[in-house]
Design a binder for this molecule. Structure first.
Ligand SMILES: O=c1ccn([C@@H]2O[C@H](COP(=O)(O)O)[C@@H](O)[C@H]2O)c(=O)[nH]1
Length: 596
């Protein structure tokens, strides 16, 4: 772990059940390879994970079993270790490559910008040659401009110990927000292509492995499942997914399951399968048995599951990677303090509006204090921001160079349209805050990206509907002061149960390795608005409508519903040139949250 990381807190743990074939899985790490430096539950770093994967492989192989390591994308954007360097990602790419990954795929974040996808093509794909799969992504070659596959479409391989024959694919969900140097072909179309049809007709296969940046429960995975089942009615299928930032497990049939392993290096997913046929030996079991666990990313869990300790657990490679992370953080000055946060602000752990909500803070303080374009003088305005623009909670204490990227990694700036009737703005807000279905599909047929953060959409079934009184005073219960002294060696069931993930999935409620008490999640709106007006006494007739540029296509659609005759693409102008939301936030923190 990183030198400043809090030690994990001992907790009751559920065991991992190994099988013939075992997997470790990460997804949506978004640059958090240093782990969480303020949360003991997730304080292990990528170096610890390198050691963990090695020790788990040694353990499996000593039992004659196999272990494979999977990553399903969105490795970039969301942490200083990625976003703070120039060019972005040069440190991260060097750290990432030290993990032995067997199958790796791209997420949507690898494709938002031209330089990100080109870095993927020129660095990550070669660093993981033979492992990186891109079943439905092409890229315009940076030198020849020719459209080529980002990586091989699929691969076939045989596991080392058991001789399990695997055909593996690497998909991305039907993403349409990519820059125009890449092409993401819809999954439903890709699976009709000859190469896919041939691959699933291969009779010498014991397992289909579908890795992808695709939600575990999704139409895309359902389509792949049905297509394979049309040809291979009982070959086991293991899916690995992501994108929704949640822990999830989906049962497609008794021989096909999908695991999603959360976000931001909070979770290492584990699955195992027993009862597979191996090579030409058919299995004695009538049906394979699939198991799953969501491991909290900390050393207490890692030691427990490997049966090792502080002395015997780390590998030389793992320690070197941790050291490389420390050096990279130091070169990027990620511990540099910009201000001191007076109290914790939450994205979804408190209801909105609330004094402890990030969105209330933005609405009442940051946007009114910061959005001012000198060229517009005292003209009243309304600013609209999508809640998905804020990615993480802000913990009480030091606000560092790392914090700014964890909360606001996107490089969007602001645009505005003059003289919009205030009542139309309110209608637009109503439309924007309706369920996503209203604004899902453009006339062109392409889909709009959701406005809230992905976990907010995916957790809809688990929202806390009645306000829990304690949440109004919520403090960061999992970064408890004094946790550094918590004993590591104890493993008793009467230990204090700490708040954390309590996942419900298709296999039940026993998936989390660590037994936690539940945390509340409250629904937040798709967008918030702030009225910026010198005259606080009444509502203005017309306003400048200022908005974060990410929501421009959504606004264009909403304007039609609100019968507002504005072409947002043609009639809008840049507001506060060269200023991003990240710049505004940082300037506000420096000015208002000075350390005593
Ligand atoms: O420029 C941007 C890009 C994305 N968002 C928000 O993020 C989600 C997508 O998040 P994933 O990590 O890919 O799941 C998108 O739906 C937006 O809510 C943004 O606000 N600005």
């Amino acid at each position: 772990a990183q030198p400043s990381a809090p030690a994990p807190i001992s907790a009751p743990l559920r065991a991992l059940e190994f099988g013939q074939l075992n997997f470790l899985h990460t997804t949506d790490t978004h640059g958090w390879l240093a782990g969480h430096l303020e949360e003991p539950s997730y304080s292990a770093d990528w170096g610890d994970y390198v050691s963990f994967a090695t020790r788990m492989r040694e353990k499996a192989e000593a039992q004659g079993q196999d272990l494979l390591v999977i990553d399903t994308g969105d490795r970039v954007e969301g942490n200083g270790l990625y976003d703070s360097s120039e060019p972005k990602g040069i440190f991260l790419s060097e750290i990432l490559r030290h993990q032995h990954i067997d199958v790796i795929t791209s997420g949507n974040h690898e494709l938002y910008k031209q330089n990100t996808s080109e870095a993927e093509f020129l660095s990550t794909v070669p660093n993981f040659r033979g492992k990186y799969l891109a079943s439905n992504i092409d890229i315009s070659h940076p030198e020849t401009n020719e459209l080529v596959p980002l990586a091989p479409r699929f691969k076939k391989f045989t596991t080392k110990k058991q001789g399990i024959r695997i055909v593996a694919f690497g998909f991305l969900f039907d993403f349409t927000g990519n820059y125009n140097n890449t092409v993401v072909q819809p999954v439903e179309k890709t699976i009709k292509e000859d190469w896919f049809q041939e691959a699933i007709r291969d009779k010498e296969v014991d397992l289909f492995l579908v890795a992808g940046h695709v939600p575990a429960h999704s139409p895309e995975y359902w389509a792949i499942f049905e297509e394979i089942r049309r040809i291979r009615w009982d070959t086991p299928i293991q899916f690995f997914g992501g994108h929704e930032h949640i822990r999830d497990y989906a049962k497609y049939d008794s021989k096909a399951f999908a695991l999603a392993s959360g976000r931001f290096m909070e979770t290492i997913g584990f699955t195992s399968i027993d009862g597979l046929s191996t090579g030409d030996q058919s299995s004695a079991a009538s049906s394979p048995v699939f198991k799953r666990r969501y491991i909290d990313n900390n050393l207490y869990s890692f030691y427990h599951h490997t049966g090792l300790d502080e002395e015997s657990f780390p590998t030389e490679n793992g320690l070197n990677v941790s050291q490389l992370i420390t050096e990279s953080r130091s070169a990027l000055r990620l511990d540099h303090v910009h201000g001191c946060v007076p109290r914790t602000l939450w994205t979804s752990r408190v209801p909105y509006p609330n004094p402890n909500s990030v969105f209330t803070w933005l609405q009442t303080r940051v946007l009114p204090d910061s959005l001012k374009d000198e060229s517009r003088g005292e003209v009243p305005s309304v600013a609209i921001l999508n809640t998905g623009a804020m990615r993480f909670d802000i913990f009480k204490g030091e606000f560092t160079q790392d914090t700014i990227w964890t909360i606001s990694p996107f490089t969007n700036s602001f645009r505005y349209v003059k003289d919009v009737p205030y009542e139309k703005v309110q209608l637009i807000m109503e439309v924007l805050n309706k369920q996503p279905k209203v604004l899902e599909t453009l006339e062109s047929g392409s889909k709009l990206s959701p406005l809230p953060c992905p976990e907010n959409l995916a957790r809809a079934a688990y929202f806390t509907t009645e306000v829990v009184e304690e949440d109004l005073e919520t403090q960061p219960v999992y970064n408890i002061a004094g946790s550094h002294q918590a004993p590591l060696s104890v493993d008793r069931l009467d230990e204090k149960i700490l708040p954390g993930y309590t996942t419900k999935d298709d296999a039940g409620t026993d998936g989390d390795d660590t037994v936690h008490s539940p945390i509340s999640f409250y629904e937040v709106p798709n967008c918030i608005q702030a009225l910026l007006s010198a005259d606080k006494s009444g509502v203005p007739e017309t306003v400048d409508l200022i908005y974060i540029e990410f929501i421009q296509p959504h606004l264009a659609m909403a304007a039609k519903f609100a019968s507002l005759d504005v072409d947002f693409f043609k009639d809008s102008e840049v507001y506060m040139p060269s200023t991003t939301l990240t710049d505004l936030l940082l300037a506000w923190v420096k000015k208002h949250w000075k350390c005593e």
